[in-house]
Design a protein around this ligand. Structure first.
Ligand code: PMV
Length: 291
């Protein structure tokens, strides 16, 4: 028997970092996936999930999700391993896959919000909120049919891990709790506005303003490096908008920037002049697939 699993990467449209503290986030699965297949004999099943993980590592995964850039590669991996393990136990419900993937993520990263594994499991557009460790609420939202094209521009791999960035905000909250909470509340407003706007067609200018406002708040949080902020300013100068998507980074790169522009040719010209890496993405992609 050969089982194949495939799980998508994601972008956080709005709500990174705030989501760790119980504020909502809006995420979308993207058309970049991680896939692996395992040939399995009934007599040769792995005895536990860690043995399965080891076999997966030996066989190798195919992944179109850039590593450590805020696109949820580690969550997609956790979801795919969880899906494979549960399939071997005869279980294929998304709820179980998501729960197990969250536990794998916790082993690797400490205190994740659970947003990344949830979007990779369910796909589409997702409203997500971690109320408490054991209560996470989320809802799949309507995938808009008429939305601007989204791009990712690589601002460079962050020097810091996601955990280090989350810990950095944890320290800031201890010192400047009111300031940070105020930023989170402003981010929440953007998340709500964006989620409500999905009911209708999303005008370009609305998305542009939400992305710009969110990026300014992320700069205030301190999760954007000077290199990344310089790139964002260059995109804004030609009338586009860009924000980090994910944990960000302070010292070198801040991972992928989520970018929109009404005139793609102008954006492409900037990218080629600056010799940046850019990829076009589609949002609202399918969650985990087992075949
Ligand atoms: O950079 P990523 O894909 O690991 O995203 C992390 C998003 C955070 O909100 C910073 C952390 C989390 O667990 O939600």
């Amino acid at each position: 028997m050969n089982i194949t699993v495939s799980a998508p990467g994601k972008v956080i449209l709005s709500g990174e970092h705030a989501v760790v503290y119980g504020y909502p986030a809006l995420l979308s699965a993207v058309n970049r996936r991680l896939t692996f297949s395992l040939p399995l004999q009934k007599t040769d099943y792995p005895k536990d999930i860690w043995e399965l993980e080891k076999r997966v590592r030996d066989i190798g995964v195919k992944s179109g999700i850039p590593l450590g850039s805020g696109m949820g590669s580690s969550a997609a991996y956790a979801v795919a391993v969880a899906a494979m393990w549960l399939k071997l136990q005869g279980i294929s419900t998304k709820k179980k896959i998501n729960e197990l993937a969250y536990n794998i993520e916790k082993k690797h990263h400490g205190n994740p919000s659970g947003a990344d594994n949830t979007i990779s499991t369910y796909g589409g557009y997702l409203w997500y909120r971690k109320e408490t460790e054991s209560l996470k609420t989320f809802q799949r939202l309507k995938v808009p049919t008429n939305t601007p094209s989204f791009y990712l521009i690589n601002s460079g791999k962050p020097e810091e891990t996601t955990k280090e960035m989350v810990d950095f905000i944890g320290e800031r909250i201890k010192d400047r709790s009111r300031v940070i909470k105020d930023i989170f509340l402003q981010i929440e407003k953007i998340v709500r506005h964006w989620a409500q706007s999905l009911e209708k067609d999303l005008p370009f200018n609305l998305i542009k303003e939400m992305i710009r406002d969110n990026q300014r708040l992320l700069v205030q949080l301190g999760v954007v490096s000077p290199v990344a902020q310089h790139m964002v300013s260059e995109v804004e100068k030609i009338d586009g908008a860009a924000k980090i998507t994910g944990a960000g980074g302070r010292l070198k790169g801040s991972g992928m920037l989520l970018v929109v522009h009404q005139d793609v040719e102008k954006l492409k010209l900037l990218v080629s002049t600056k010799r940046w890496d850019m990829l076009a993405i589609t949002l609202g992609e399918k969650g985990v697939i087992i075949s």
